[in-house]
Design a protein around this ligand. Sequence first.
Ligand SMILES: *Cc1c(COP(=O)(O)O)cnc(C)c1O
Length: 371
Amino acid sequence: MPVPLFDPQPQHAVVGVEVEQAVLQVLQSGQYILGPAQQQFATQAANLLDSAHAIGVASGTDALHLALRAADIGPGDEVITPAFTFAATVEAILYCGATPVFADIDPVSLNLCPTATAQAISTRTKAILPVHLFGLPAELAALHELATEHGLWLIEDCAQSFGATVQGRPTGSWGDFGCFSFFPTKNLGGYGDGGLVTTQSEAAAERLKVLRNHGSRQRYEHHELGYNSRLDDVQAAALAVKLQYLPDFNAQRQQAASWYCQHLQDTPLQLPPTPTNATHVYGQFTVRAPQRDHLHQYLHQHGIGAAVYYPIPLHRQPLCAAMVDSELSLPVTEQVTADCLSLPMFPGISETQVQEVVRAVRSFYEGTQAD
Ligand SMILES: *Cc1c(COP(=O)(O)O)cnc(C)c1O
């Protein structure tokens, strides 16, 4: 029985009827951009995320870009971030003309290492941009302290961590800005592109609203160079429905993770950590695997959808070549890109499907031992 890496259908089976009604209402209302549906969703999301303000934007990439713009980060400024993340994290920095400074990650959490971050701070550093990779929160308490001590912005990339918490507080509420994505595979996945920025600051929220709408506060008055980057009302209406089910959907991901951990603990895989003071929402279930490429190929041949997020670290991407010292070495990042593998994970994945994946992984390692 094949098991896909991601399947949106179990979620749609739960929310489909309500989503269709909500979307139909927007279609009939005639208010498609900056209408009441997006405002209602933003308010709901802000409440759930313990944030004073939430501003809907066109994508997670734009959420990061606009947050950096709202922090007035520009040419000459340095932003410390991991090289083990999706390219959008660094694209946002580059859009602003700022310089990404890559710090190494922790080999267990796979998130930005606070010690390496501290070492990367220079007189030009303006912000720390951690990523809550695969749904596991970065070390927010330590990073927050570091940012406060050095007067830096803390901008959280929460694209993979909607609903995750640290010490009971949601990711996105610790920093000056929390940047979320509603790409369909994310924890809160829409039916297209969308994003959100959270902030506790009224002034920052106002600035973000201006930036997402052509630099305009009042129609046809343009205060600065802005963008066309709003979360549209059709998308927001669908997301508002899905938001109600998010705790269930994240709990289903956690249940699947616990099945995986139970059945894979005596294999050669390094499993994701189960944090004690934080919640992991398993945007992905990512392991570190000996003979990763062979295992990946073996799973593919047996109909199991696995994927390598991410095979090339950002400091080795041509995208960053002009900005990064070619000698820069990030040993943990480089090791992890060589051995990480993400296994099927989505709300509604069944225990049978998890067992199917487990069986294939076990038979791969048993087979290689027998060689
Ligand atoms: C998905 C993702 C983004 C970008 O979000 P989009 O909505 O696709 O633009 C940014 N950072 C990380 C870590 C992501 O996973």
